[in-house]
Design a protein around this ligand. Structure first.
Ligand code: AMP
Length: 281
């Protein structure tokens, strides 16, 4: 496995590989890697000759300074896990390398980036678009892999590529959520949970699984939303920030009573840790 910290040397290496007709799969991450990230690496390995993983805690997508400062970082453990999972190339740049000067670009993507996470984390998706557009331009992958754990992020990235990177020829591939055996969605932020909070967190996925059953049996959007609110409120550690039932493509509210082609997106504070999860109906 090769590790690059500089854009130019990574580009040179990738150019050489491309001249040998190797296909490149790319997995952008913020590190503190876990099996959720590894499921993306596994898919990239299957579909491509070379897998590139970036590790970069992108400051411009954090709308809260404390959140950025306490974001978990463990590069040596990350490199070891990637090596074990047959990653070929790691790109781990510094902030100065990625942003030699401030990135002032504003991405205007309409509603898809304004609802849910866009509303509760102002500026978050603009930062995501800044870093993802830079990374895609550097790596020029045949395929880039994103997890449905961050459901809205995939829709935003796709919209950004369509509008702002018309020459990008790669494919944006979305991969299913990887969960613990008990249902909790894997997340780098889970390391912040105490054993008691970890137990409370379980209620989030349990509630989503129940909600899907309700939907399968014909419950209305209102009934599902009320059920979710009440269920989350039964645990004193949990505080619901929002739950939305949205069109799985546009992420806009669904007209009518019953959810169709929908996704339920939920954000819950477990103590001070902000957890997100979702389920397709
Ligand atoms: P992050 O390091 O949190 O920015 O995540 C990097 C990529 O891994 C994103 O595309 C995430 O959606 C994806 N990812 C994170 N957790 C999971 C998970 N539990 N299952 C699938 N993909 C995930």
């Amino acid at each position: 496995m090769e590790i690059f910290k500089e854009i130019d040397s990574l580009k040179q290496r990738l150019q050489k590989l491309r001249s040998q007709s190797k296909t490149v799969g790319f997995v952008p991450t913020m590190g503190a890697l876990h099996q959720g990230h590894m499921s993306l690496v596994e898919q990239a390995n299957k579909d491509n000759d070379i897998t590139v993983v970036s590790i970069f805690v992108n400051p411009t997508q954090f709308n809260n300074k404390e959140d950025l400062e306490k974001y978990p970082r463990d590069p040596d453990a990350d490199f070891a896990l990637l090596e074990k999972n047959s990653c070929d190339i790691v790109f781990a740049p510094s902030v100065e390398e990625m942003y030699p000067e401030p990135d002032t670009r504003v991405f205007s993507l309409g509603k898809v980036a304004e609802v849910m996470e866009g509303k509760y984390r102002p500026g978050h998706f603009n930062g995501v678009c800044q870093v993802v557009s830079k990374l895609l331009a550097i790596v020029e992958p045949d395929r880039a892999y994103f997890g449905q754990k961050d459901y809205q992020q995939i829709a935003v990235v796709k919209a950004m590529v369509r509008k702002y990177m018309p020459d990008f020829e790669g494919e944006i591939v979305s991969c299913p959520i990887k969960r613990e055996a008990d249902g909790l969605a894997l997340s780098s932020r889970n390391v912040h949970l105490s054993p008691e909070q970890r137990q409370s967190a379980l209620l989030i996925s349990k509630t989503l699984f129940e909600a899907k059953k309700m939907s399968d049996k014909g419950a209305s959007q209102k009934q599902i939303r009320e059920f979710i609110k009440q269920n989350i409120a039964t645990d004193a550690n949990l505080c619901l920030e929002y739950v939305e039932i949205a069109d799985s493509d546009t992420l806009l509210p669904i007209p009518g009573d019953k959810p169709k082609n929908a996704v339920i997106c939920i954000t819950v504070y477990d103590g001070k840790t902000r957890l997100i999860d979702n389920i397709l109906l």
